[in-house]
Design a protein around this ligand. Structure first.
Ligand code: ZN
Length: 477
């Protein structure tokens, strides 16, 4: 069957891409060469290959189960996505190069643009934060111009070659999601959580920044989110805490030979933790660069959620379910594990935490959920029509600022946007994670993460790989 052939080739391709991704992110290689890998697999992502898969799909027996049709769609959209990426890969790498080589001069020092966020997050003086942040505005404006050109090129391909009028319809079809409906639901979510969030935000803004609703700027939020405001809260060995937690769930990290944590210190390592499933389930890596603050735990647990999911994916699963699912499905397990470190029972066992800290973590959780909900609404509004440059700045500023109480500056309207509606993946994953957590709580108690049987339950869910879309998985819980 042609489809099987495509999947086998695709498996090799993703392994090479993921390995490159690991080497670059871990600081083991300097110059990315993704385009070389794409060139080698040129044929796999040709429109000719896509047509052959479409033809094979049309030959399916009319009584074939829905899953079989859906498998074909997963392959078709994956190939279209890669065809699109290959067409713009040079411009994309150019944008990355520009971003990496951009610098600002600040107090006699030359600072790489990519380092700014991490410096802002540790800078106690608001005046210094503001001064440094303002220097990045021209860089963001320049990068935005390039990013818009890139998006415009993608849109042309989507329109002329794929036949979709805009990103909303293309990404919606690809994800099997009605993005407009999703945006509507999230408007309701914002209303429902408004009061609770407002109370938490007012408290946290005032307590840690001495600012009110609508006064907090993006350079303040980087600082607030890092957890540095809890000056005495140091985490010296996050991996030890992780290991102990896993043990209580009867999960033994040392026995998972297919899951490695790379915590070596290298100068060019990405400051953000990430998980790369190089080969599912045989080779999964989590890369971390601990900074010593609580955020280390939160991100380590998030990435470990991904890693455990990929490393426990059943070997017997058809390739399409191992390799071509919704990212949102994996995000469910990432958020689920991350949430352990926000649970009062867990926090009290490992740390001497104050009520302030618990309130603060509740704020962080809800801030992120509301920010991403607002992003879905904004991205839907923006990308379902044209004229991004004239409509984007005001729309972005208004929708995101209203939802969070943090000023989202107009100039950031396109830089703060991930292609492919990642915001939808996140938002749906958060929703389903709530359902999963309720299930875990009713089965294993409020402190389910201390229950030896909870690990076994999660293992059966992880073994399903990416077979089910987030909403479908919710129905199975
Ligand atoms: Zn994630």
């Amino acid at each position: 069957m042609f489809l099987e052939d495509v999947l086998t080739k695709y498996e090799k391709f993703t392994e090479e891409i993921n390995r490159e991704h690991y080497l670059i992110g871990a600081g083991l290689k300097d110059t990315p060469e993704y385009h070389k890998i794409y060139e080698r697999y040129f044929e796999l992502f040709s429109l000719d290959t896509v047509s052959k898969v479409i033809k094979e799909k049309s030959n399916l027996h009319e009584d074939a189960p829905y899953e079989e049709y859906e498998s074909y769609d997963r392959v078709i959209f994956t190939l279209l996505g890669l065809y699109l990426e290959r067409r713009i890969i040079k411009e994309y790498e150019e944008l990355q190069r520009r971003e990496i080589s951009s610098t600002v001069e600040y107090k006699g020092r030359v600072i790489p643009f990519r380092m700014i966020r991490s410096i802002l997050s540790k800078e106690h003086s608001r005046e210094n934060r503001r001064e440094l942040y303002e220097k990045t505005i021209p860089i963001v404006e320049d990068l935005t111009e390039h990013k818009i050109n890139l998006a415009q090129r993608m849109l042309n391909i989507i329109r002329k070659e794929f036949g979709y009028p805009n990103f909303v319809s293309y990404d919606g079809a690809r994800m099997r999601v009605d993005i407009g409906k999703c945006a509507k639901n999230l408007e309701k979510f914002l209303k429902d959580t408004e009061e609770e969030y407002r109370e938490l935000a007012d408290y946290v803004f005032d307590r840690f920044l001495n600012l009110g609703w609508g006064e907090v700027q993006s350079y303040d939020i980087a600082y607030l989110m890092s957890g540095i405001v809890f000056k005495d809260f140091r985490v010296d060995d996050p991996i030890k805490v992780l290991r102990q937690t896993l043990n209580m769930m009867n999960l033994d990290l040392d026995k998972m030979k297919n899951l490695a944590i790379d915590d070596e210190i290298r100068p060019n390592k990405s400051p953000r933790a990430f998980c790369v499933p190089i080969r599912i389930p045989d080779e999964v890596v989590v890369v971390v660069k601990p900074s010593g603050y609580f955020d280390d735990i939160s991100t380590l647990f998030h990435e470990m959620g991904h890693a455990l999911h990929f490393a426990h994916t059943s070997k017997d699963l058809p390739l399409v379910y191992k390799l071509m699912g919704r990212v949102g499905t994996s995000e469910i397990f990432a958020f689920n594990f991350q949430y352990i470190s926000d649970s009062v029972g867990w926090l009290s066992k490992f740390f001497n935490v104050s009520d302030d800290f618990i309130k603060y973590r509740k704020f962080v959780y809800l801030y992120l959920r509301r920010r991403y909900a607002a992003k879905v609404i904004y991205e839907y509004e923006l990308l379902s029509k044209d004229n991004w440059e004239s409509r984007g700045p005001e729309l972005y500023h208004r929708i995101l600022t209203e939802a969070t109480g943090v000023v989202h500056p107009p100039h950031n309207y396109f830089w703060d946007l991930d292609f492919g509606f990642y915001s939808v993946e996140y938002s749906q994953a958060w929703e389903v994670e709530e359902v999963l957590r309720e299930r875990l709580t009713s089965e294993f108690g409020e402190d389910w993460y201390f229950n030896k049987d909870s690990g076994e339950y999660l293992k059966t869910l992880w073994s399903l790989g990416m077979r089910y879309d987030p909403q479908k998985l919710a129905a199975k819980l």
